[in-house]
Design a protein around this ligand. Structure first.
Ligand code: NAD
Ligand code: MG
Length: 391
């Protein structure tokens, strides 16, 4: 019997890697919904190729283009955030959440609401709304599986283990594009320089977030939410080879490391086949040729995002939502060259300080509405810290 699956963010880096795995065993899957953004040609081509029931673009202005591209196919088409959430709510066994940013939260919640297993690449969901995601899954008997490589690695290292025996979780970071740059040069780094990753081939936003370590900061918070561990037990190690994705340390001193090539199809495949292991076509590592694995501590002066993540975990409540929203605005401003590379952390920190002082992170109830409202407020606040650029 084939499994019904949907891919949210199908046209992106994770979405395309997911479809690559699906295409290798087409008889095993029935594709319900595919969603994308501006890349209508890709969305339409994949919709035809996988015979999806419905195709949705996030851009209402592109609905006619999508309709034209799928004319005669009999596929339903729709556009806009609400339509994406509705597509996610269509019955499916397994839903890949691979939209980038806060926009991925509501569709993921909708998928959990219909009881689907949610393969969660969209780390922003757990950062901004961990408690809501977990409560929704619980209420509907749905499962969330990690897709971020570090979290998939931890998840795999924990199979058959008792969380009470876990002393620490170490996630690794490549260090991104500027790992070896002198600190004083970072202020003048450009978006193009930041968008070049030494090891992983990913979307533009996550690649820049890797250079600033905002990606790792999000992942530290994601680790806390996913595995429910004390923040003091989460560590970050810089590991330039990007082959050891995470390590779990146990009370008997053992460290279980997950080692694999930097290819997201491994983590996606693990979530797709879970609880079994399927055949996944990633490179097989020859460790005798790798020869060397190196590790070093993560310097918080170079990467202030890591310090801010600790503050978020300390404050709890809606602070992750504020942190993520401010980070998205700061990243937009950096990409638009309105602020410099090191200003991103400043904008996020000042937004956090202002909103924590006003107690905006303390919500009586963590509903999707309060989270969306806080996200808006934080975006406004962060936006006010970005200099206007009229040209
Ligand atoms: P990407 O930019 O390559 O793709 C993003 C997808 O989301 C595209 O399909 C795009 O059309 C869609 N999208 C963008 N804005 C949208 C909006 N407002 N509403 C609806 N859809 C929208 O991103 P990616 O690198 O594939 O990352 C996707 C998610 O997975 C992110 O949360 C990222 O942090 C996470 N992730 C990615 C990788 C990776 O290797 N790329 C690894 C771990 C985690
Ligand atoms: Mg990761």
């Amino acid at each position: 019997m084939s499994r019904a699956i949907s891919v949210l963010g199908a046209t992106g880096s994770i979405g395309q890697n997911t479809l690559d795995l699906v295409a290798r065993a087409p008889e095993a899957y029935r594709v319900v919904a595919l969603t994308g953004g501006r890349n209508i040609a890709q969305l339409a081509a994949d919709t035809r190729r996988f015979r999806a029931e419905v195709a949705v673009t996030s851009e209402p202005a592109l609905l006619d283009d999508l309709r034209a591209a799928l004319a005669g196919s009999g596929v339903e088409v729709a556009a806009g955030p609400q339509a994406i959430a509705e597509a996610a709510a269509r019955p499916a066994d397994w839903v890949m959440s691979a939209i980038v940013g806060f926009a991925g939260l509501a569709p993921g919640i909708a998928a959990l609401g219909q009881g689907a297993t949610l393969a969660l690449a969209n780390k922003e969901s757990l950062v901004a709304a961990g408690a809501l995601v977990k409560a929704t899954a619980k209420a509907h008997g749905a499962r969330v599986l990690p897709v971020d490589s570090e979290h998939s690695a931890v998840f795999q290292a924990l199979v058959g283990e008792d969380m009470a025996a876990v002393e620490r979780i170490i996630i690794t970071a490549s260090g991104g594009a500027f790992r070896d740059w002198p600190l004083e040069k970072l202020a003048s780094a450009t978006p193009e320089q930041a968008a070049t990753h030494p090891n992983w081939d990913m979307g533009q936003r996550i690649t820049i977030d890797s250079a600033s370590m905002f990606n790792k900061a999000l992942e530290v918070i994601e680790t806390r939410e996913f595995f429910d561990v004390d923040p003091d037990r989460i560590e970050v190690l810089v590991h330039p080879e990007s082959l050891v994705h995470a390590l779990v340390g146990f009370t008997d001193g053992a460290l279980m490391a997950h080692v694999g090539p930097p290819d997201m199809r491994h983590a996606i495949g693990y979530a797709l086949h879970w609880p079994d292991r399927g055949h996944v076509p990633v490179e097989r590592l020859d460790l005798s040729r790798v020869a060397q694995l190196t590790f070093r501590p993560a310097d918080e002066a170079r990467w202030p995002a890591l310090r801010l993540a600790r503050e978020v975990m300390h404050q709890g409540g809606l602070s992750g939502c504020i942190f993520n929203a401010a980070k998205e605005i700061a990243l937009d401003a950096f990409i638009a060259r309105q602020i410099g590379f090191m200003d991103m952390a400043r904008v996020v920190e000042e937004t956090m300080t202002a909103m924590f002082t006003a107690n905006c992170h303390k919500a009586a109830q963590l509903t999707l509405d309060t989270i969306v409202e806080t996200d808006h407020l934080a975006r406004e606040r962060a936006g006010a810290l970005v200099p206007l650029a009229c040209n």
